[in-house]
Write a protein of this length. Structure first.
Length: 255
């Protein structure tokens, strides 16, 4: 794989909103702080796959000796490099490559947050295990409509809420890890990861993106959004419940 790749996910506006929400909600300390603190040791090397603009990277860096942040988006990597420089952090190495990449070296702990479809086949699971010396954490969103709002709210904005099923990308990933000898623990974790906003228009625009509301139904959403926003810590805030599968896997140690 070549370095210097240009993924299309991150742009300046997405980075701004993501960082604002993460700082407002103390993510990833909530909901994963205790988990990370229990498995990462001070002398560890951590490989974060899909680091984006570095919200998780900058949280993990004080917990370990070295962190390798990998992402295919040049914009996200540039933002993280600038943050590392401005904060005087010396243990984060940012790699703008598309995973899997032959230049990556094994790490004690691997981490992947909200990286969809990344471990969808056995070849990628085998590569993940090759790069993991001891343990890893993967968080994958479960299928279904996000939000946690009332049925009437979804109906009013033209969305048919789906029943969340147990079997999903997280289950497939866990099954593949077990098939290749890893010890796996899965947990369903719900947490609020909404967005602080400046006004009701911003709240409606946020929900339109998150819930994929059509332009035709946007006026209905704009009217209904007043029923779901709240004031939190002096800010107008749009709550958004997410349900995730958190997979912790341990690699079988060679005797």
């Amino acid at each position: 794989m070549r370095s210097g790749t240009v993924g299309s996910f991150w742009n300046a506006e997405k980075i701004k909103l993501y960082w604002e929400a993460a700082e407002f909600l103390n993510y990833p300390e909530v909901p994963l702080g205790k988990l990370f603190q229990n498995i990462i040791r001070p002398d560890d090397t951590v490989l974060e796959i899909g680091s984006g603009p570095g919200v998780v990277s900058l949280y993990l860096a004080p917990l370990c000796k070295r962190l390798i942040a990998v992402d295919d988006c040049q914009t996200g990597c540039a933002y993280l490099r600038k943050a590392v420089e401005e904060r005087g952090i010396n243990n984060i190495e940012v790699k703008n490559v598309q995973w899997p990449d032959e230049s990556l070296e094994p790490a004690d702990v691997t981490v992947a947050m909200y990286v969809y479809k990344l471990f969808r086949n056995k070849e990628r699971i085998q590569e993940l295990l090759r790069l993991t010396r001891r343990t890893g954490v993967i968080m994958i969103a479960q299928p279904g409509v996000k939000g946690g709002y009332s049925y009437d709210f979804y109906k009013n904005v033209g969305i048919a809420p789906e029943e969340q099923t147990c079997y999903n990308d997280g289950c497939r990933t866990a099954a593949l890890l077990e098939a290749f000898g890893a010890k796996v623990h899965c947990e369903r974790v719900r947490h609020d990861f909404g967005q602080p906003v400046d006004n009701l228009e911003g709240a409606a625009q946020f929900l339109q993106r998150q819930l994929k509301v059509s332009a035709e139904n946007y006026p209905k959403l704009r009217e209904a959004v007043e029923d779901v926003v709240e004031i939190r810590d002096g800010r107008l805030y749009v709550p958004l419940q997410r349900t995730n599968c958190v997979i912790v896997f341990e690699k079988e140690q060679e005797v």
